[in-house]
Design a protein around this ligand. Sequence first.
Ligand code: NOJ
Length: 551
Amino acid sequence: MSTAEGVMPSTTATSWWRDAVVYQLYIRSFADGNGDGVGDIAGIRARLGYLRDLGVDAVWINPWYPSPMADGGYDVSDYCSVDPLFGTADDAAALIAEAHAMGLRVILDLVPNHTSDHHPWFQQALTAPSGSPERARYHFRPGRGSNGDEPPNDWRSVFGGPAWTRVADGDWYLHLFDSAQPDLNWADPRVNADFEAILRFWFDRGVDGFRIDVAHGMVKSDGLPDLNGKHETSADHPHWDRDGVHEIYREWRRIADSYPEPRVFVAEAWVGSPERLARYLRPDELHTAFNFDFLSTPWEARALRGAIDRSLASVAAVGAPATWVLSNHDVVRHVSRLGRPLTPGVHSLSGLPPVSTLDRELGLRRARAAALLMFALPGSAYVFQGDELGLWEVEDLPDDVLRDPNWERSGRTDRGRDGCRVPLPWSGDAAPFGFGPDGAAGLPWLPQPDDFAKVTVDAQVCDPGSVLTLYHHAIRLRAEHPALGDGRLTWLPSAQDVLQFSRGLGFACAVNLSRAPIALPHGAEVILASGPLTPDGLLPSDTAAWLAVVD
Ligand code: NOJ
């Protein structure tokens, strides 16, 4: 063993969020209850039994608020209501109650960095004069150049192009994302007060927590200075990961803790290092944060071990649990990331044309192994809808169906994130694969490929070799086995390009990332494997196994 004893610490003060499996519901693509081709709350309610049977502890639902949908709902025009496309406030209340009755927690998505340009706050700002209090809720500035026709600084939109748009009277406003998503000015105390009220609004309705969108972006440097060559993760960046954001989270934590059953937060913060991320998880700030460092690590043993060690050490320093995630609605699905010989690195918002041919079978084999690795690690884990079906990135969507603002803002060079957002296949052998109710007229909002027929829920649920069955077993075992969930891991000696660790209490995990089959530790008994062993009992390449061992 490379570190001290392999025994799990007796987990003190373990709370559900420290080791939960959270299922991400990209609402418009999960299930369509009313047959208009867009997923909705009715669809989720009809499928809650599926989620309960999968064994997850909580769901995180992407934004369901009223929105013009310029960025899939991340452009909110009313934070305290539900978009009619998805249902009503009553539907939301019923969903929360039904989920709770099944033992599932509900996490919503809060978008505090920006609103929609249709939000009444922004509409009021547009009709008010330059320098008015209405404009002070956002970042309005005069332009540069002799006529003020150059943007106020050199900041760029994450989706491409300048981060500024000019309005009729000559002022410019800041938008770090699409021009339909103006950034709020968090130096204005009204913005703080409004979001505290929004948190309470949903907490009072039983919501168990929030995922915080762009959690590292709300505070901007005074005077909005130029980037001057700084890149995303540079120290003292003028708009990412500024120290001021932590003040906001201390206040939010007080609000969450004021409820009899404290509410929780998970941060979406693309910061430079696990150490910077851990600053969001100090005891009086947020509970958890997505581990994008893990998500972005190539399928390579040494790199993965490094990412795991760094993550565990940095969260341990602040007493927070780690989280693990392989895919979400912003990145290329991991079956496709892992199925390319030149495993690319970071896939944050990447829809750039793939650099090499996809070997989907390889990607799937690795994705199955990656799932067992993820579920065996200490902390909580996120499943993006469709991960449990082994879905891949749909890379050949026709140009005219693409909705992601990335596509147009990049001058049609980056195809954006629609390929991971294709509606789920539930049943049948042709589109819409049971996505809507029987006989529904509306086609799914994005076309599903024909080969979804092989991976529908119905096709997989009774197949002992399916990805869905693997997820079922892994999530159940993870909940039942006392070694899994929160706690520590201890690396075990292993061959090169193999990850092997103990979680104590007789549990070990082995992942073979080498090119050749490997022997399992002497006396180990396989509890679950991501694929068949060789006839002589070796663990093949790109395969993982959970093992009962003698500690
Ligand atoms: C992160 C969200 O996950 C993404 O989908 C969205 O486009 C940006 N934040 C802007 O809200």
